[in-house]
Ligand binder design. Structure first.
Ligand SMILES: [Zn+2]
Length: 60
């Protein structure tokens, strides 16, 4: 059996992100493996980079 380091092997694949859904304002969960975020309310899927971009624009 091949051995390799998988940083997600022992972690919950979903990481609660500190971002809100763009469409309903629900909590987003980051799906670390694929660099995506999923809303826990409406199940919309966003790319992490898209969220970071939007968040950067709304802050400041
Ligand atoms: Zn949502």
């Amino acid at each position: 059996m091949a051995e390799f380091d998988n940083p997600y092997a022992e972690a919950d694949p979903f990481v609660r992100a500190h971002f809100d859904c763009l469409s309903c304002g629900g909590k987003l969960w980051e799906y670390a493996i694929q660099g995506q975020m999923v809303c826990e309310d409406c199940r919309s899927v966003y790319s992490s980079s898209e969220i970071f971009e939007k968040q950067a624009n709304t802050e400041a």
